[in-house]
Structure formats: structure tokens, C-alpha cells
Design a protein around this ligand. Structure first.
Ligand SMILES: NC(=O)c1ccc[n+]([C@@H]2O[C@H](COP(=O)([O-])OP(=O)(O)OC[C@H]3O[C@@H](n4cnc5c(N)ncnc54)[C@H](OP(=O)(O)O)[C@@H]3O)[C@@H](O)[C@H]2O)c1
Length: 281
């Protein structure tokens, strides 16, 4: 039986992973008061008391705007914290699973003209993306058995109190209020149902060390605008509530074929979003 320590257990992903992994494992998802992973003493105490075989690191400043506004404070959480945890994992023989992001890939200038692969050069264009990439590299250096999962933007069928919003909540609000919103018509990315991430997570614990694209593909090149309209249609709402925003193009789609070859297959972005919204209606 694995002993899994999950940071960020009150957060969007950590709370769902704690539930998904609990059945077959001993899971501890401490609050920030119980484990502040930016404190070496707190990290040492958590490892000494729980003796994890696996550390799933979901804790972060996950708000991209907040990282731009507070680069130093967010760096302490997004880079220094993971480094402390990686060192403790290596010292205690635990395997580290680091939650990274598709935002490591692109600064808005050069892209491969196809979805990003793990071995493409990364050139993140945001503080958040740079912090995630630096943390991935530090974790691999300090704890060579680290699995870094590059996650895409996630949503779930039901909102949980105290957690940040997601695309599904936005679409429900638009459908209920009739309020229109802008969506970029040249923004390409995968978006992933958190239920799928949680369902595949036990398998992720077994992946070889390294970096893995871990989310739904968007092979149909469906823009943020088209995706929002697909979602509104699934809710039976007026698709024109999603208004085009003419922002510069963005390519954040990930190619998950390496992860699929390891036996972890995510469904297509638009199909899974439709399924989630239809099921929740
Ligand atoms: N959600 C997405 O769409 C998405 C997409 C790509 C990647 N990711 C990555 O996936 C991971 C999980 O994201 P999420 O959306 O679940 O994040 P979230 O909802 O913002 O949760 C972040 C968690 O981190 C905790 N935390 C922050 N600083 C801490 C500290 N010093 N000590 C202990 N806990 C601390 C927070 O605790 P408090 O509740 O006490 O603040 C919260 O539980 C993150 O690494 C994020 O960057 C998320």
C-alpha cells in the first residue's frame, strides 16, 4: 500500500486527487496550517510523521495574474517550495509527482506549428510558466525520481466552495444569466476534465521519471471561442453569448502521444467538455 502525501489538498485538484487516491492507499492531504511547504521545518516534520512513499505536489500559486503581480512572493511558493519538497523526497526515499503546466511551453513568438511535445524547447511567456519550468528542473535535479505532469486548464462538473472558478462554471453562469463574454478566436489549447485527471492519477504514480504531457488533446484545432460555443450548445444555450475576441494567436495544445503510449489516454477536449456539460444538465 502506498502512503501518499498530497499538498494543496484544499485546492481544486488536490481535493479531488485526495478522494480518488484514498481507496487503495493511505492518503494524507494536510491543510496549509498542518504543512506549509515553504518552511523547511514544516516539510521535515511532515515527512518524519507520515513517512510518505509518494508526494503529490498540488500546492501552488496557480493564478497566472497573481504571479505577474507578485513575482517574488509567488516564486517562493512555486519554485522554492517544490525545491524543499524535492530535497525531502530524495532524502526520505519518496517519489515526487510535481504538478506542472502547459504554460511552460510558449512565449507567443515561435511554436512548432503542431501541439507541443515534451522534448520541444520551452520558452514560457509568463511568470507562472517560468516558475513552473524552473521548478520542474529543480525537482528533477534534487529528486531524480520526480514525475512532472504538465497539466492543461481543468474544469469539473460541480463547483466546490472556496475554490477558484473554471470554464464550466463560466458557461453555466452565461447560460443562466444570458450575459455574453469574449473568447479568443485564435487561442488554441487543450482543456481537461478534472475527473479524467483524477481517474488517471494512480497510473501516473507509476510513470517513469521525467516530464509528461498530461491532459486532453485538441487535435481539431478548436479555438477558445469555438470551445465555449460547443459548451453553450451542450447546455442548450445561445451559442452567440460567446463573442469573438481578436487577441494575438496562442498555441498551448499539448501532444499527449508519449503519455498515451505509456497507457494513459485522455479524450479529446471538445468531446469531454460536451460530455461533462450534458451529464451535469
Ligand atoms: N487548475 C488548473 O486548471 C491547472 C492547470 C494547469 C496546472 N495546474 C497546476 O496544478 C496544481 C493544482 O492546481 P489547483 O488549481 O488545484 O490550485 P489551487 O486550487 O489554487 O490550490 C492551490 C493549493 O495550494 C495551497 N498552498 C499554497 N501555498 C501553500 C503553502 N505555502 N503551503 C501549503 N499549501 C499551500 C493552497 O492552500 P490554501 O487553500 O490554504 O490557500 C491550495 O490548497 C498547481 O500546481 C497548478 O499550478 C492547475
Amino acid at each position: 500500500m502506498k502512503r501518499i502525501l498530497i499538498t494543496g489538498g484544499s485546492g481544486f485538484l488536490g481535493s479531488r486527487l485526495a478522494e480518488a487516491l484514498a481507496g487503495e492507499n493511505t492518503v494524507w492531504a494536510p491543510s496549509r496550517r498542518e504543512l506549509d511547504f515553504t518552511s523547511a521545518a514544516s516539510v521535515a516534520a511532515a515527512f518524519a510523521s507520515f513517512h510518505p512513499t509518494h508526494l503529490v505536489h498540488c500546492g501552488a500559486v496557480s493564478d497566472v495574474g497573481m504571479c505577474e503581480k507578485q513575482p517574488q512572493q509567488s516564486r517562493i511558493v512555486n519554485v522554492d517550495g517544490p525545491a524543499l519538497l524535492a530535497r525531502a523526497s530524495a532524502e526520505n526515499g519518496a517519489r515526487m509527482i510535481f504538478c506542472s503546466s502547459d504554460q511552460v511551453y510558449w512565449d507567443g513568438h515561435t511554436c512548432p506549428g503542431r501541439p507541443w511535445r515534451e522534448d520541444d524547447g520551452c520558452c514560457p511567456g509568463t511568470q507562472y510558466g517560468r516558475q513552473k519550468l524552473e521548478a520542474e528542473r529543480l525537482c528533477a535535479q534534487l529528486c531524480p525520481d520526480t514525475v512532472s505532469l504538465r497539466l492543461s486548464w481543468m474544469y469539473d462538473a460541480m463547483a466546490r466552495p472556496g475554490q477558484h472558478g473554471d470554464l464550466v462554471q463560466t458557461l453555466h453562469q452565461m447560460a443562466m444569466s444570458g450575459e455574453s463574454r469574449g473568447f479568443a478566436c485564435r487561442d488554441l489549447r487543450g482543456v481537461t476534465w478534472a475527473e479524467d485527471v483524477a481517474a488517471h492519477f494512480a497510473a501516473a504514480l507509476e510513470l517513469p521519471a521525467g516530464v509528461w504531457n498530461f491532459g486532453s488533446p485538441n487535435t481539431g484545432e478548436i479555438s477558445a471561442l469555438e470551445l465555449a460555443r460547443t459548451g453553450l450548445a451542450a447546455l442548450g444555450a445561445d451559442v452567440n453569448l460567446a463573442v469573438p475576441l481578436d487577441l494575438p494567436p496562442r498555441e498551448l495544445r499539448m501532444d499527449p502521444s508519449r503519455t498515451a503510449a505509456a497507457g494513459i489516454c485522455f479524450g479529446e477536449t471538445a468531446l469531454r467538455l460536451e460530455e461533462c456539460l450534458r451529464r451535469g444538465r
